[in-house]
Design a binder for this molecule. Structure first.
Ligand code: NAD
Length: 517
């Protein structure tokens, strides 16, 4: 127990903690693992991966692939510090997360540039992503002291306490489209709850998870609380199968999600899965067309269309279809494809060549199945150093049918399929005719209809009269094959804690006729 004076001086030093930022690497340089509080080479590695910079198509860095010994080392590091980290008060943990948030805000420009090198997304979008990382650390830093249990009064003065306990070491595996944000959305609440963490970023975007690790160390988070190991699927599988990992938190595709859930089942571990989508955006005849067009751009073409919650099935009421298409195509053709570091660029580079070719194959299949490509859907060759990047023009496809491949499958690229509908009931039925259920939206000026349709769409997030807005205050996650569990909001606390109930008997034991004097 601290004495009152010690307590207040400790609180004061926490509150005024100076943000220094000495330890943040601002260049693309290894070592790429971060274990026990520092950057390090893996203690074993099975080769290395050449990471391509999407904007230029050249090698950005070469990263050693972590083997089982390194996975063991990282998990042991997280496990070793778990008793110390969990014993801090929520306020103490929260202050460190808040300090990390401040460091991110102070270094926003440098971190955003690292994210652009890693992903090829436009710099303005990277700034939004990195700001959202600071927001998440601030939100869960603030929430940490409020993660408390329950006191339940029972008969005769007896009572029970329900404690909210951390789970232990969390194993996180991430995707490449929002590298640092995906990581922070897991790490901030997990650490706030008293867990420790080992994270494996996508093999395509290894950079900013290590930056986050440096920032957490700078903010006073003890060595070993957050660790990063690099590698491909095999390294991810080793982490997921590790017996000392208590819970898996995964963001990625449905097929990999199945493997992660299988690993969780085999080890009786909790699991959160944030998976893909094929979300519907329903635009009724009374919608404000300009707003609907703006939202359809946000629902399809942010981050080169590589967004899980994208509304790529755009259902437009027949009565406004022609007007909508005219405005939507005109707005799409104004998007500026170019250097992701240029301030006026709105479309950057696709993550890598194979993915770009996959996106283009959906354009080909759409044509073969009878759809019309009104604009885009081609590789755009840029000049100079950008000539090696895969830049695709955003595509608007019409004459679509619900059973076309491009309409049914997640493309994960800038391809909007526009479909016509006549009635509310028809739109809802067709919107729900999918195994996915991540998100959706409805555009209408009729609030009753908007709310009714939002209630009828089978998805974890529905926007009324907007699209693709996220905030840490509300949960995000999928229905059906789009996932299990939620991230963000208070809801996520339940996914990173377990409850322990302690009954306290205040009287004599009453065991009925079992005991005879
Ligand atoms: P992916 O499934 O190919 O890979 C995701 C991660 O899993 C990578 O780090 C990869 O190395 C790892 N991995 C591969 N095999 C593994 C295994 N057997 N065990 C453990 N880890 C393994 O996905 P991706 O191409 O990186 O990302 C795109 C997908 O992610 C899309 O489907 C997109 O919709 C989805 N996504 C979802 C959300 C969300 O919040 N719902 C957010 C971003 C991306």
């Amino acid at each position: 127990m601290l004495k009152a004076t010690e307590y207040f001086s400790k609180m004061a030093s926490g509150l005024s903690s100076r943000v220094i930022n000495r330890g943040i690497t601002r260049t693309i340089t290894g070592p790429w693992n971060y274990v026990a509080g520092k950057r390090c080479e893996p203690c074993d590695s099975s080769g290395s991966m050449k990471v391509t910079e999407p904007a230029v198509g050249q090698v950005l860095c070469e990263v050693p692939i972590s083997g089982l010994a390194e996975v063991n080392h990282a998990v042991a590091s997280a496990r070793g510090v778990f008793p110390t980290w969990r014993k801090l008060s929520g306020r103490e943990r929260g202050q460190k997360l808040m300090a990390a948030s401040r460091i991110i805000r102070e270094n926003l420009e440098d971190i955003s540039k690292l994210e652009v090198h890693d992903t090829g997304k436009p710099i303005w979008e990277a700034r939004v992503d990195i700001t959202s990382c600071a927001d998440a650390l601030e939100y869960y830093g603030g929430l940490a002291p409020a993660i408390v249990g329950q006191y339940v009064p029972l008969h005769g003065g007896s009572f029970a306490m329900v404690q909210k306990e951390p789970l232990g070491v969390i194993g996180g595996v991430g995707a490449w489209n929002f590298p640092m944000q995906t990581c922070v959305w897991k790490v901030a609440p997990a650490l706030a709850c008293g867990n420790t963490f080992v994270y494996k970023p996508s093999q395509f975007t290894p950079v900013t998870a290590v930056t986050l690790a440096e920032i957490l160390t700078e903010a006073g988070v003890p060595a070993g609380v957050f660790n990063v190991i690099q590698g491909e699927g095999e390294t991810g599988a080793m982490l997921c199968n590790h017996p000392d990992v208590a819970k898996l938190s995964f963001t990625g595709s449905v097929p990999t999600g199945v493997k992660v859930m299988t690993a969780a089942a085999q080890g009786i571990k909790l699991v959160t899965l944030e998976l893909g989508g094929k979300s519907p955006l329903i635009i009724f005849e009374d919608a404000d067309i300009e707003n609907a067009v703006k939202a359809t751009l946000m629902a399809n073409f942010l981050s080169q269309g590589q967004v899980c919650s994208n509304g790529t099935r755009v259902f437009v009421h027949r009565r406004i279809y022609n007007e909508f298409i005219k405005c939507f195509v005109a707005a799409t053709q104004k998007l500026k494809i170019g250097d992701p570091f240029a301030e006026d660029t709105t479309v950057g580079a696709t993550i890598h060549e194979d993915h770009a070719k996959k996106v283009l194959s959906y354009i080909t299949s759409a044509r073969e199945e009878g759809a019309t490509v009104l604009c885009g859907g081609e590789r755009v060759m840029l000049e100079g150093k950008l000539a090696g990047g895969w830049y695709l023009s955003p595509a608007v496809i019409t004459d679509c049918k619900d059973d076309m491949k491009v309409v049914k499958e997640e493309v994960f690229g800038s391809v909007a399929s526009v479909l016509q509908f006549d009635s509310e009931e028809e739109a809802v039925n067709r919107a729900n005719n999918t195994d996915f259920g991540l998100a959706g939206a409805v555009f209408t000026k009729d609030i009753q209809r908007g709310y009714r349709v939002a209630n009828a769409i089978e998805a974890g997030t529905i926007w009324i009269n907007t699209y693709n807005l996220y905030t840490n205050e509300v949960p995000f996650g999928g229905y059906k094959h789009s996932g299990v569990g939620r991230e963000n909001g208070h809801a996520v606390i339940d996914y990173f804690t377990q409850s322990r109930t302690i009954y306290v008997e205040m009287g004599d034991v009453d065991c009925g006729p079992l005991y005879q004097d």
